[in-house]
Every structure is written in C-alpha cells, then in structure tokens.
Design a protein around this ligand. Structure first.
Ligand code: AP5
Length: 220
C-alpha cells in the first residue's frame, strides 16, 4: 500500500515550502497543482493558458481539469510509493476523486496536515515571496532570504514575484479558500487522518511538527 500525504492550508500558509523539505526527507515526490499549472503556462500549453485565466483572478481552476491533470501525474512511476500533495485536493469533489484514484492504485491518504495561519499573517507574508524561475524554489525577503538578492540559492536562476501575489488577488484567493477549501478540514477530520499544525512558527519548527504528525499517523 502506498501512502499519500496531503498538505492543506490557505494561500501562503507554507505548503510549498514544507512539501519541498518533507519530500526530500521522506523520499517521496512533491506534487504541487499550482506548480504544474505554472509550468504549463511557462510552456504555453493549452492547459496552462486555460488555467491562467482562473489563476490570475485568484479563482480555482475547474475541478474536471484539475482532477484529470492530477490523475495523469499520479499515474507516473515515481508515485508508486506515494507522494506529498501540495494544493490538491482543494474542493470536496477533488477529495472524493483523489480517494477513488488512490484506491485504484492500492494507495491511501495516510495523513492530512492542516497548516493554520491567520489571515493577517498571510497578507503580510505573500508580498515578500520570491520564487525561482527554473524549479520553483521558494524564498521570502524577510523570513527565508536568498544569499544573493534576486538569485536562487539552489540553481542560480532568477527569482520573481508571482502575478497572483498582488494584494487584490490575494484577497480573492483567501475568500475562495474560505468558501471552497475550508470544508475539507471537516471532511478529513471525519476520515480520522487530520492534524493541525501551527504555521506561524518558524519554518524549521513547522517542519519538525509536520514530520512528527506524519510519523504519528503512520504508526496508528
Ligand atoms: P498554489 O500555487 O497552490 O497557491 P496557494 O494554494 O494559494 O498557495 P501558495 O503557493 O500561495 O502558498 P503556500 O502555502 O505554498 O506557501 P509557500 O510555501 O509558498 O495555486 C495557485 C493557483 O492555482 C490557485 O489560486 C488556483 O487558481 C490554481 N490551483 C492550484 N491548485 C488547484 C486546485 N487543486 N484546484 C483548482 N485550482 C487550483 O510560502 C509563502 C511564503 O511564506 C514564502 O515566501 C515562504 O518563504 C514564506 N513562509 C513559509 N512558511 C513560513 C513560516 N513558517 N514563517 C514565515 N514565512 C514562511
């Protein structure tokens, strides 16, 4: 049975930051729905251009498109032992679809970590995020600065600010999260796999707490 770990939380909670580290520690691939959309946009694929219309407004890409994209990604050989899912699922329909997908590949959601961060902290955080063009490594000008301003520590590529991190779009993303994703907390709570982690602690402390939570769920 392969084990999948879901990271849930509002925009800017730290899902991508944590997924990158946990993926290395647990030797599982990091699958970010947002990164796959952005990669498709960079390559100007039909999927990328379609998704951009929603992403730039802060809205969710329709379930049908997102589910098909993740189904395709999960069918790849590197997912046979599981994966860290960052940003998917984010609607009840996506959560149901994930459960069906995983049962067909002898997998299950082993652990869902809800990284909680209040809205005022998210609004403060997101304008300071810088992302690397080549591989999507994430930095923050105050909380996790690169060694050289504007340059990725890992691959030397240029750092940029996401279009959807402007204050107006951030407000829409938070509202969409509250309306469409928050209900997943109850959904996974009922499935007995949910644990909440305080995302206002330092990045390193959040990692330690997440790993402890994932470990605990694995032993139950
Ligand atoms: P996506 O890219 O998934 O965006 P998001 O969910 O809004 O989350 P973010 O990437 O903004 O934040 P994060 O939680 O990963 O935080 P990060 O680690 O970067 O999705 C983008 C768009 O794609 C969506 O709006 C939607 O349109 C579409 N989409 C994606 N998935 C979809 C789906 N399943 N269905 C439909 N549509 C979908 O951290 C943020 C910053 O804070 C960084 O600078 C970081 O360095 C810093 N930081 C992190 N942790 C801490 C900490 N503990 N203390 C201080 N700073 C911290």
């Amino acid at each position: 049975m392969s084990n999948f770990i879901v990271l849930l939380g509002p925009p800017g909670a730290g899902k991508g930051t944590q997924a990158e580290t946990i993926s290395e520690k647990l030797h599982l691939p990091h699958i970010s729905s947002g990164d796959i959309f952005r990669q498709n946009l960079k390559n100007q694929t039909q999927l990328g251009l379609l998704a951009a219309g929603f992403i730039n407004k802060g809205e969710l890409v329709p379930d049908e498109i997102t589910i098909a994209m993740i189904r395709d990604r999960l069918s790849q050989p590197d997912c046979q032992n599981g994966a860290i899912l960052d940003g998917f699922p984010r609607t009840p329909a996506q959560a149901e679809a994930l459960s069906i997908m995983l049962s067909s590949i002898n997998g299950k959601v082993k652990s869902v970590s809800y990284i909680s961060v209040p809205e005022n902290v998210l609004i403060d955080r997101l304008p300071g995020r810088w992302t690397c063009r080549k591989a999507g490594h994430v930095f923050h000008e105050k909380y996790s600065p690169p060694q050289t301003t504007g340059v990725c520590d890992f691959d030397g590529s240029e750092l940029y600010q996401r279009d959807d991190d402007n204050p107006e779009t951030v407000k829409v993303r938070i509202r969409v999260y509250l309306e469409q994703t928050l209900s997943l907390i109850e959904y996974y709570h009922q499935h007995d796999v949910l644990a909440e982690v305080d995302g206002t602690k330092s990045i390193e402390q959040v990692t330690r707490n997440l790993l402890a939570t994932i470990q605990r769920n694995g032993n139950e």
